[in-house]
Design a protein around this ligand. Structure first.
Ligand code: ADP
Length: 307
């Protein structure tokens, strides 16, 4: 009896060990399935070869562009028409979910429009050589990456061919107005960031955003600069100074800004108000104020808060 009892016990523990091993395997597989899903994402090969546009200095044109995300019911953008010339700045205004980021994603060719076309210097984005096109665009999205690396490398990530170039880090940080706070860190550009490391420092939201801005300025060859709400965690004065600075540096470049702060938005040459994926108003600050529509309402609403 004793022997059978012991055998039964041993069998029981073997079965439970087997079950927990199977459970563990299933769990690991779930983690890996994300990787496989990513690896299987179809990426259409780039067929474009254009290195230069047909009409240099024409800037960016959207012609009747519509786009629906794969699997989504409603289109995210409807019949968008706009033209931005080199040297101009454009601000996008609209509620969350109105399609502002989607417009930037189409411009950076992360997605292709379902209908209509986007032209850069008179040539369709699809006909551009992909790496030439990407070199011309510098974007900071609102959910930019916060690398657990040194400060300098976080800035250098903006242009991988100059990842370790300390002189370029300095230059980009000056433009992104990050130098002052970086110099106040214990080891300057060599400071380790992130809590994964023993001596890693964590930065405030506004400080991370300054690093992200500096990263955008690493792309010195980019003549289209896009800031998608990267200054939301900064104070209003810092945001206004940065945008002013951004416009000065932009020179003959195209600057596109998404912001909810009208004090900054008003400085842009063109302002576009997007609602549910459609452009509802378009013009300069003065024109839109004179129009007395949605923009004028939102502007005075925000201005009232400061009175
Ligand atoms: P905004 O930048 O103005 O806040 P977005 O351009 O991010 O707005 O989003 C526009 C619309 O597209 C929203 O309704 C959002 O839910 C939808 N959307 C955004 N990203 C995706 C995605 N990857 N897949 C499906 N729908 C998306």
């Amino acid at each position: 009896m004793t022997m059978y009892l012991m055998l039964f016990r041993q069998g029981q523990s073997a079965v439970s060990a087997m079950l927990s091993a199977i459970g563990g395997m299933y769990e690991d597989n779930l983690y890996l399935s994300t990787l496989y899903e990513y690896l299987e994402t179809p990426v259409p090969p780039s067929i474009g070869i254009a290195q230069r546009g047909a009409k240099p200095d024409d800037g960016i044109r959207f012609e009747q562009v519509s786009f629906t995300y794969p699997g989504a019911g409603e289109p995210a953008l409807h019949d968008i028409n706009l033209h931005i010339r080199p040297g101009e700045s454009l601000a996008l205004v609209g509620q969350n979910g109105s399609g502002k980021t989607t417009l930037i994603k189409l411009l950076t060719r992360l997605y292709s429009p379902d209908s209509g076309r986007i032209l850069l210097d008179g040539t369709d984005l699809r006909d551009w050589d992909e790496s030439t096109l990407l070199q011309r665009i510098g974007v900071i999205f609102q959910d930019f990456a916060r690398y657990q690396m040194r400060v300098g490398e976080n800035v250098g990530a903006g242009d991988v061919s100059h990842f370790e170039d300390a002189a370029r880090w300095r230059e980009a940080s000056d433009k992104g107005m990050a130098s002052e706070f970086i110099d106040s860190l214990p080891a300057g550009f060599e400071t380790q960031l992130g809590k994964w490391f023993k001596d890693g420092r964590e930065l405030s939201g506004g400080q991370w955003q300054k690093i992200a801005l500096a990263r955008a300025f690493m792309r010195s060859r980019a003549d289209i600069l896009v800031l998608d709400e990267p200054t939301a965690a900064m104070d209003a004065a810092a945001e206004a100074t940065i945008f002013e600075h951004f416009r000065e540096l932009a020179g003959n470049r195209i600057a596109i800004l998404i912001s909810h702060r009208f004090s900054t938005v008003r400085m842009a040459d063109q302002i576009i108000v997007i609602q549910d994926g459609r452009i509802v108003e378009h013009g300069s600050h003065e024109q839109l104020m004179a129009l007395g529509g949605h923009y004028a309402h939102l502007f005075s609403l925000q201005a009232q808060g400061y009175r």
